[in-house]
Design a protein around this ligand. Structure first.
Ligand code: UFG
Length: 371
C-alpha cells in the first residue's frame, strides 16, 4: 500500500494500481510527531510541497512552535495516548512519520532510563494508537547510531545489513524501536520504512527553518559559532582515531535532502506487513578537520580550534552506502556537497528565527552579520 500525493490510498494489484476505498481528501493528513524539530520541520515543508497536510504533533521540549508553518499544530507528549488519539481523529490522519524522541548521544549515556522511556516507550504508545485508529503506514526516524563502529575498517561504508553495535544508549533505543516496529509489521500488517540518517546538516534555503538545538552539540553550527562568535575555540574531539587525519569521519547530508526521502518513503508502494530499513547519507566521509576547513573557506577566516579528548560514544567512522535508498526510494541527495551544506547553514546562523541557545544573542548581534 502507498499513500499518494493525489490524496488517496492506492493498493497494488496484479494489474497495477487500484485506488482504495478510503475517504478521499485533496490533501491526505500525515501525523508528523516531532514535526517542530530540525528534520521534522523540514519534512513538514516537503510534505506540504507534495500535496500532503502535515499535522505536527510535538511536546516543544526541544522543538519550536515558530518552526510550524505548513499545517495544524497539536501540542502533546509522544507517550500520551489520549492526546495522540485525539490528534489522529480530529485531523483524519492516514499515515505517520515519527521523529519525536531524544537525540543527544552524550545525555543518553547519563540518562539511559529517560531515553528508553521516551524513545522506545513513546514508539510503543504511538504504534498502539495508530493500530487502534487503522493507520497502517509509518516512516520512522532512525539513525546511523544503530551501527556503532562494529567490526568495520575506518574507510568501509555501511550497508543496511552491516553489524549493529550501537555505541550509546541513544543508538540502543533507535535499534530497539526499529525491532518493535518490524515486529508490529509482521503481527498486524503495518507497513513501515525506517530511515537511518547519517549526519543531518544545513538548513532550508528559505531561511524560515533551520537547526535550533538547545544546547547545540553538532559540529557545523558550533564551527560557525566559533568563527563568528566571541572567539571561544571549537574543541576537536580527538585526533588519534584510525582515520587519514586522525579525526572522525562522518557522512554529512543536507536536511532538505533528508526531508525529500521521507516523502519518497511515504509514497513508496509497499506490501501490507513490509518493513524496510534504508540508510540516508551522501556516501562520502568528511573528517572533522575537513568540515572546519569548509566553514573557514566559506567565511574566509580561520575557525579557532583546540584539540581535546575523544567524546564518549563517538565511532571513528560512519559513512553510508546509499545504494538501497536509490534503488528502493529513487532517492539521491541533490544538495549534500559540503560547500552547499555550509552555505545554507551559514545563511540560517546569520538570521535564525528561533533557538539562539549556546551561540548567544551577543554573537548574533556582533559578527554574525559579517562576511
Ligand atoms: N565534533 C567535534 N567537536 C564538537 C562537536 C563535534 O570534534 O564540538 C565531532 C564529533 O566528535 C564527531 C563529528 O564532529 O566526530 C560530528 O559530530 P556531531 O555531534 O555533529 O554529530 P554525531 O556524528 O555525533 O551525531 C549525529 C547525530 C546523531 C546520530 C549520528 C549518526 O547527532 O543523532 O549523527 O551518525 F546518531
Amino acid at each position: 500500500m502507498s499513500l499518494t500525493a493525489g490524496g488517496v490510498l492506492a493498493k497494488s494489484t496484479r494489474s497495477g494500481l487500484r485506488i482504495g476505498g478510503m475517504t478521499q481528501t485533496s490533501k491526505p493528513a500525515v501525523l508528523v510527531t516531532g514535526g517542530a524539530g530540525y528534520i521534522g520541520a523540514h519534512t513538514a515543508k516537503a510534505l506540504a510541497e507534495r500535496g500532503f497536510t502535515p499535522v505536527v504533533y510535538d511536546s516543544l521540549v526541544s522543538g519550536f512552535r515558530e518552526a510550524v508553518h505548513w499545517g495544524p499544530f497539536v501540542h502533546g507528549d509522544i507517550r500520551d495516548r489520549v492526546a495522540l488519539a485525539e490528534a489522529i481523529e480530529t485531523h483524519h490522519v492516514k499515515a505517520a512519520i515519527h521523529f519525536a524522541g531524544l537525540i543527544e548521544v552524550g545525555r543518553s549515556v547519563a540518562r539511559p532510563d529517560l531515553f528508553w522511556d521516551v524513545n522506545v516507550g513513546g514508539t510503543t504508545t504511538l504504534l498502539t494508537t495508530l493500530r487502534e485508529h487503522g493507520v497502517g503506514r509509518l516512516v520512522f526516524s532512525s539513525s546511523a547510531a544503530v551501527y556503532g563502529q562494529g567490526g568495520r575498517g575506518p574507510l568501509e561504508t555501511i550497508g543496511e545489513t552491516a553489524e549493529k553495535a550501537p555505541a550509546s544508549p541513544y543508538g540502543d533505543t533507535k535499534l530497539a524501536a526499529e525491532w518493535l516496529i518490524q515486529a508490529q509489521c509482521r503481527a498486524y500488517g503495518l507497513s513501515a520504512v525506517a530511515l537511518r540518517y547519517f549526519n543531518a546538516a544545513g538548513a532550508d534555503p528559505s531561511g524560515m527553518i533551520g537547526e535550533g538545538h538547545e544546547p547545540e552539540t553538532h559540529l557545523i553550527p558550533l564551527a560557525i559559532a566559533a568563527a563568528l562568535g566571541d572567539g571561544k575555540p571549537l574543541t576537536v574531539f580527538g585526533k588519534d582515531f584510525d582515520t587519514p587525519d586522525g579525526t572522525c569521519l562522518r557522512d554529512y547530508v543536507h536536511v532538505a535532502d533528508l526531508a525529500d526521502a521521507h516523502v519518497a518513503a511515504l509514497e513508496r508502494e509497499l506490501a501490507d506487513g513490509a518493513f524496510e530499513a534504508v540508510n540516508l547519507g551522501a556516501g562520502e566521509g568528511k573528517s572533522v578537520l575537513e568540515v572546519i576547513d569548509a566553514v573557514g573557506a566559506a567565511l574566509d577566516r580561520d575557525v579557532p580550534k583546540i584539540v581535546g579528548a575523544r567524546r564518549a560514544g563517538d565511532p571513528a567512522s560512519l559513512v553510508a552506502n546509499p545504494a538501497r535508498a536509490a534503488a528502493l526510494l529513487g532517492w539521491t541527495p541533490r544538495r549534500s556537497s559540503l560547500a552547499r551544506i555550509v552555505e545554507d547553514a551559514l545563511r540560517w546562523e546569520r538570521a535564525p528565527k528561533y533557538g539562539v541557545g549556546l551561540r548567544g544573542a551577543s554573537a548574533r548581534r556582533g559578527s554574525l552579520t559579517g562576511p
